[in-house]
Design a protein around this ligand. Structure first.
Ligand code: SF4
Ligand code: SF4
Length: 282
C-alpha cells in the first residue's frame, strides 16, 4: 500500500501532511523522495542508523580501443556525449545511465564506472516508523535516479508514505508513479489553484487515483472547491489556517503530535483514503 503526498507547488504544507499521516498511522514506512530538499527529518526527527552512498553508472572511454566512429554520440538520447575527434567529451550531469553507448560501441571501448549522486539515510522515528530519505549531491541535476533508489526501500508489508518533490517535473512523476493513491495538497490561493490544476493533469494522464487536501483553508476563497466540483475531484479534507498549527511548523514540531484536533483530522483523512481504495486490512 503506497500513498504519495504531492503538490503542484512548494510551500503548501505537503510535508507536514505527509509526516502527520506517518505519525498518525505509526506502524508505517516513510520515504522522503523530495531529495533536493528533504524536510521530513525536521518534523519526524528520526534517529539515523545508516547512510548509504548512491551511485549512477557513467561511461568511461578506453582510448586505446576508440576509433571515434561516433556511434556512441548518435545513440545517446540525452546528448551527454560529444565527439571532438581527439576525445569523447562526457557531460555526466546529462547522462541517464541507460547503457546504450556501451551496448552499441563496435570497438568495445566503453566501460561503466560509478559516479556518486547522493546518499540515502535510514533510521527510525516515532512509534515504529521506518524512515528513509534521499539527499541529492550538490550540483547533481537529475533527481529521478536517487528517488528510484529511495523507493526501493518501500516495505510491501506496511503502509508506505511517499513525500514527493513539489511541482510537476519528472522528479514528481518518478516519486508518485507506482502509488496506489495520491493526496494532492494545495492551499487556498490563486497560486495554489493554478499549480493544483497542473498536478491534477499529470495524475489524470497517468491514471493515478487522487484526492485533494486544502491546507490553510480559507472559506472566502471558493475557487478550489469550484474546480474540484467541476472536474469531479474528491476533496478529502480542509485543514484550517490556524496560528497554532503555523507556530508548530515554524518550531519544527508536528501539529499532529500536539494538537488533538489536528490529529483527529489526519486520522479522518487516512480513513477516507482507505475507503477510497476499499482497503480494510490495515
Ligand atoms: S562508439 Fe566506441 S569506438 Fe565509436 S566513438 Fe564511441 S567509444 Fe569510440
Ligand atoms: S549511458 Fe546513456 S545517457 Fe549516458 S552517455 Fe551513454 S548513451 Fe548517453
Amino acid at each position: 500500500m503506497i500513498i504519495s503526498i504531492a503538490s503542484g507547488k512548494g510551500g503548501t504544507g505537503k510535508t507536514t501532511v505527509a509526516c502527520s499521516l506517518a505519525a498518525t498511522i505509526e506502524n508505517c514506512t516513510f520515504l522522503d523522495c523530495d531529495v533536493e530538499e528533504p524536510n521530513g527529518n525536521i518534523l519526524l526527527k528520526p534517529s539515523i542508523e545508516k547512510e548509504e552512498i548512491v551511485h549512477k553508472l557513467i561511461p568511461e572511454i578506453d582510448y586505446t580501443k576508440c576509433n571515434f566512429c561516433n556511434k556512441c554520440t548518435e545513440v545517446c538520447e540525452y546528448n551527454a556525449l560529444l565527439n571532438l575527434k581527439t576525445e569523447i567529451l562526457l557531460f555526466s550531469e546529462l547522462c541517464h545511465s541507460c547503457g546504450a553507448c556501451k551496448y552499441f560501441c563496435p570497438e568495445n571501448a566503453i566501460e561503466e564506472v560509478k559516479k556518486e549522486t547522493g546518499i540515502i539515510r535510514k533510521g527510525k522515528a516515532g512509534k515504529n516508523i521506518k524512515f528513509f530519505d534521499g539527499l541529492l549531491k550538490l550540483g547533481e541535476p537529475a533527481a529521478a535516479p536517487l528517488i528510484k533508489q529511495v523507493k526501493k526501500n518501500a516495505d510491501p508489508d506496511s503502509i508506505n508514505i511517499i513525500d514527493s518533490p513539489p511541482g510537476t517535473s519528472c522528479s514528481m512523476f518518478e516519486a508518485v508513479k507506482d502509488s496506489d493513491y495520491c493526496i494532492l495538497v494545495t492551499e487556498s490561493t490563486p497560486f495554489g489553484l493554478n499549480d493544483l490544476k497542473l498536478a491534477a493533469d499529470v495524475l489524470k494522464e497517468i491514471g493515478l487515483p487522487f484526492g485533494i487536501v486544502i491546507n490553510k483553508y480559507e472559506k472566502a476563497y471558493t475557487a478550489i472547491e469550484e474546480f474540484a466540483d467541476k472536474n469531479n475531484i474528491d476533496i478529502l479534507m480542509k485543514l484550517p489556517f490556524r496560528r497554532d498549527i503555523a507556530e508548530c511548523y515554524s518550531r519544527g514540531v508536528l501539529p499532529a503530535l500536539v494538537i488533538p484536533e489536528y490529529k483527529e483530522m489526519i486520522t479522518e483523512l487516512f480513513k477516507k483514503v482507505k475507503s477510497r481504495l476499499k482497503i480494510f486490512q490495515y
